[in-house]
Design a protein around this ligand. Sequence first.
Ligand SMILES: Cc1cc2nc3c(=O)[nH]c(=O)nc-3n(C[C@H](O)[C@H](O)[C@H](O)COP(=O)(O)OP(=O)(O)OC[C@H]3O[C@@H](n4cnc5c(N)ncnc54)[C@H](O)[C@@H]3O)c2cc1C
Length: 436
Amino acid sequence: MNKSKRYDIIIVGAGLSGLSLAWYLIKEKYSGQILLVDKSFAPTNHKTWCFWGKKDHPFADIAHRTWEDTYFSALDFSSKLSLKDHLYFCVKESDFKETILKTLQKAPNVNLLEEDVLDFSSNSHKAALITKDNNTYLANYIFQSVFMPSNYDASARKYPLIQHFLGVEIKTDEKIFDENTFTIMDVDSDFNDGFAFIYTLPFNKNRALVEYTIFSAKPLKKKQYKKKICSYLEDKYSLTKDNYIIKRKEYGEIPMDDRPHTPIYSSRIMNIGTVGGFTKPSTGYTFSRVHKYSKKCAQALATGLKPPIPKATSYRFRYYDLLLLRVLATNVPDSRKIFRSLFKNSPLDRIFKFLSEETNFIEDLMVLASCYYPPFLRALTVHPPFFTQFDKNNIANSEQIQTKENYLEDLGQIPDNSAQDFEATVEQNHLYETFS
Ligand SMILES: Cc1cc2nc3c(=O)[nH]c(=O)nc-3n(C[C@H](O)[C@H](O)[C@H](O)COP(=O)(O)OP(=O)(O)OC[C@H]3O[C@@H](n4cnc5c(N)ncnc54)[C@H](O)[C@@H]3O)c2cc1C
């Protein structure tokens, strides 16, 4: 039997959400013992995280680039748009990980562990982490970003869309990019199996990440994205393959999930990040939601409070997301018209505020009124406001969340099935005495 070790908090997954939470705990001077676990801490640079925020955003210092101007183009409308109240930030995964891990390595209460996680279990007093090497680690709370909640059923989604993209970071011979203007969307009107666009982040005059992104049900073959990028570079910048070298590739599939996930894995184990439902269904943006929860959670823990349970976003914003997902899933030409009208008629700061779900109802109406509306009216008839039950499971989820919140409030009670799972796992792993 391998010996168990005890910590105050275990964070499982040292990706965006796990590292953000650990970083905020140190920033908030949390004094408990923290274990951060990942199957590998080796440096990776597979993702470029972008988000918008105020100039003094806590991660502003590690941003690789920021922009105030963007280019948008769809159908007959093309324009350069400017931000006044926000900046658009770009953080490289490698910079983010390196900076945060350096801070964590200096913190006396943080322990890093490289192991592959097998399972979790919990009761009303402790949560347990079991690794593939049959080691167990105990804590008051576990925050995990590695496993989907066990009751998650992807097939129950109303609109099974994914945001899929392939990007190439290229270095050109000539200085051809406007480094002060990123391209938020250059909509592809020739592709009809999904809503497709090119997204470009110019890092300097001769280096940029150029991505072909599609909202549709199925990913393409890799060579199809590459072909689109090649012809875009040729049409827009007169670049042939001889004029640039590919430094890096980036591929992603982000579920545009119209149901909130269960925020609790089991008693004392929280789901965070993508598996916690932090990804906004209609956009795929996750970074800001992760950052907001991590800060709130670290502040609570540092002041001796229980961690807040990650909440589903409000009905209002989930409802708007659902309407847009319906249009994206059923009518590509209408989707183009919606984005065209949105970027043509609304200031960019207001669009970003709306997408951050920080607008009031009047501002929501201003954004919605700026959009091409017939597809939304049709979507309203399928999903009537106030009567739309997102789906049965979703209601089950809310009840379950409520019940589990009560369990966390009153730590004397735990769900029966959780207790059984817990005992079964403990027995299987010969852990009983470590808990008694
Ligand atoms: C290519 C790409 C680009 C993206 N760009 C953006 C963007 O610009 N803006 C934005 O807001 N969102 C973006 N997203 C969406 C989202 O922000 C990211 O996917 C983000 O990394 C999710 O964070 P996370 O913590 O949930 O998961 P991850 O960052 O994937 O972290 C999960 C961690 O768990 C570890 N792990 C997994 N299984 C195990 C196991 N069994 N044992 C131990 N460890 C394990 C992994 O090694 C990993 O480190 C992007 C996604 C992708 C794929």
